[in-house]
Design a protein around this ligand. Structure first.
Ligand SMILES: Nc1ncnc2c1ncn2[C@@H]1O[C@H](COP(=O)(O)OP(=O)(O)OP(=O)(O)O)[C@@H](O)[C@H]1O
Ligand SMILES: [Mg+2]
Length: 207
């Protein structure tokens, strides 16, 4: 069992969207998956309610005691994916503690990258005390056909955490499918499906 936490204290960075689509892609490969909604806003649970629980099992564990609480529910799963809460630093620290792998969705702007510096710091501290923890940025809501701006590449390099080669582009299918209680794999947007599958492949190389 591997626990993957999708974290960024910055609100609206694409955590829930990546959580749902990536988990679905892993499930399509035959892995047994569970989403843990650690956000008191309950967005992943709202989505699950929209699906009537038919697509992916979702459970809410939205207290700072996440690292303890999660132990009771992980048995039997190949991947447990934690959808992170914005702002709540206690919840974020608990999710970091629980995770084997952390993905940080981030919009390609320096302001958004700087907002994730606390998270990067917590990850580095865990790695320094010898925790077996891997982490990477995933550029999210990128504008099509633009290269990452130089300043973004520079900030990414300063953080000394890798970024996935595959990026998530800003596409209507992401927003509309979640609202409908679906995923991009239930839409006709093959490009969105491809980019999620590419991210899944990069992730699986780590496992
Ligand atoms: N690749 C994308 N293309 C278009 N819209 C997107 C994309 N990713 C996310 N969005 C939209 O951006 C908004 C924020 O996304 P999302 O809810 O996934 O972020 P979040 O990090 O989970 O937010 P919060 O911090 O509030 O939990 C939503 O309206 C979502 O539909
Ligand atoms: Mg969210």
């Amino acid at each position: 069992m591997k626990t993957i936490a999708i974290l960024n204290q910055k609100g609206g960075s694409g955590k829930t969207t990546l959580t749902i689509n990536l988990t679905y892609a892993l499930q399509q490969d035959g892995y047994k998956v569970l989403i843990v909604d650690s956000d008191p806003q309950g967005s992943a649970r709202d989505w699950n309610n929209e699906t009537e629980g038919a697509i992916i099992p979702v459970i809410g564990l939205d207290r700072a005691s996440l690292a303890t609480d999660i132990k009771a529910v992980t048995n039997g799963y190949d991947f447990v994916i934690i959808d992170g809460a914005p702002q709540l630093s206690t919840h974020m620290a608990a999710a970091v503690k629980s995770a084997d792998i952390i993905l940080i969705p981030v919009k390609p702007s320096s302001l958004d990258l700087w907002a994730s510096s606390d998270l990067v710091e917590i990850i580095k501290q865990r790695q320094e005390i010898g925790a077996n923890l891997q982490a990477a940025f995933v550029v999210s809501q990128a504008i099509k056909n633009t290269n990452l701006a130089d300043e973004v590449v520079k900030v990414l390099a300063e953080y000394e955490l890798p970024a996935f080669n595959s990026q998530i582009i800003n596409r209507v299918a992401y927003a509309s499918s979640i609202s409908d209680g679906k995923t991009v794999f239930h839409t006709g947007d093959k490009n969105a499906q491809k980019e999620i599958n590419n991210i899944k492949q990069e992730l699986l190389q780590w496992v």
